[in-house]
Design a binder for this molecule. Sequence first.
Ligand SMILES: Nc1ncnc2c1ncn2[C@@H]1O[C@H](COP(=O)(O)OP(=O)(O)OP(=O)(O)O)[C@@H](O)[C@H]1O
Length: 259
Amino acid sequence: MSFVKFENVSLAYAPGGANAIEDVSLDIREGEFVAVVGPSGCGKSTLMKLVSGLKPPSNGYVFVDGREVGGPLKIVGMAFQAANLLPWRNTLDNVMLPLEIVEPFRSNLKKEKAQYTADAEALLARVGLAGYGSKFPWELSGGMQQRASICRALIHQPRLLMLDEPFGALDAFTREELWCMLRDLWQEKPFTVILVTHDLREAVFLADTVYVMSKRPGRILVRKEIDLPRPRPLDVTYTDSFAAYVHELRDHIGRIRES
Ligand SMILES: Nc1ncnc2c1ncn2[C@@H]1O[C@H](COP(=O)(O)OP(=O)(O)OP(=O)(O)O)[C@@H](O)[C@H]1O
């Protein structure tokens, strides 16, 4: 049974205008780690907006957890390329923000404040930010801000984590560190992930399944299962089988760009 299901979904931002994505069908099972790659403007972020209920489809149906999506979903956590931490809140208060918004946490906040704070501190420690809760975003490096942003996306234990190029602005070493952080968080307690990325190595290292989208209007051209054993150490990125997956995906993208 699929957890996220698209049935022949198209979306035109302007009524009657050109489609941003067209006739997209896909099935994602609960706990699956999916990466979506494709040329710039192919509709990857549009796909995210449809899953999270921020945009309704112009045609077709989007289902999450067996129900048609009809508005913003609370079982979703999101993180983007910019960490977007609120500068006037310290790191701990940034991480705890969803608990002030999402039910049932919001109603229980006063009663459970101590427990929620302990949970947020444990999550920060889990990603290497123990002791940084009282620091403000501008006192953290870019990689630390992004770690905190992922903690904020996960604090309300969403069943679906949506990541839109979360590591795109980071240097190569920090990026690889954060791949491992995400791998470990997911491995420990698998939630469903949809990761939009331009980085094919990132997609192959992290995902169970990689979808390749065409140029606008975005369609799903390829669905590739990544059959590398888990847990995946970073060293797997130096193996021939890893390189073969990356080359195959690069060939698809190359052909799309030429077409
Ligand atoms: N709010 C909007 N109004 C009108 N058109 C939009 C809107 N958002 C996106 N588009 C258009 O829809 C298409 C898909 O955009 P989208 O942001 O989903 O692509 P993307 O694959 O995420 O791009 P990138 O890789 O550059 O981030 C683009 O042609 C874009 O111009």
